[in-house]
Design a protein around this ligand. Structure first.
Ligand code: CMP
Length: 140
């Protein structure tokens, strides 16, 4: 089915100037950029976005990192977009990410891991409305 998923290019990858290289991978895999914005998150916004992780030991470091610079946020649209994006990203820990994946090629650590992608349909909807609250979805 045609799906939409939320993708974030994190501060490390934005600082490395590889937004275009990462977009090229989305496009080559048949994913369309359906919406996009660059934003420097406030601490409150980052804490809210990652709210499901707030009891985890890495929460503070994750939030500190995500507000360390601007991020590029996009809605990706295409056949099987949620899983396809997760395959393109590779494992959360870049040391475990398969070669040729975004994290294997651009990430430095489990925190500075270049990209985020929604993990399921439910999360994708919540995450898309977080960054694009007014996004209208039209049948085509
Ligand atoms: P992300 O997909 O953005 O979702 C939560 C983030 O927490 C994850 O990518 C990692 O960058 C970060 N993180 C740090 N430590 C861990 C860990 N032990 N397990 C999962 N995520 C972690």
């Amino acid at each position: 089915a045609i799906e939409r998923t939320l993708s974030i290019i994190k501060p490390d990858a934005v600082a490395k100037n590889v937004i275009g290289q990462i977009y090229a991978r989305f496009e080559a895999a048949g994913l369309k950029i359906a919406a996009a914005r660059m934003i420097h998150l406030s601490r409150a916004e980052a804490e809210q976005f990652y709210g499901v992780h707030k009891e985890r030991p890495f929460f503070k470091d994750l939030v500190d990192f995500m507000i360390s610079g601007p991020v590029m946020v996009q809605v990706l649209e295409g056949e099987n977009a949620i899983l396809k994006n997760r395959e393109l990203m590779g494992a959360t820990d870049p040391k475990k990410a398969a070669s040729g994946t975004i994290r294997a090629d651009f990430a430095d650590s489990i925190d500075a891991n270049a990209v985020h992608g929604s993990d399921a349909g439910e999360t994708a909807q919540v995450e898309i409305s977080f960054f694009f609250p007014g996004l209208n979805i039209y049948a085509r």
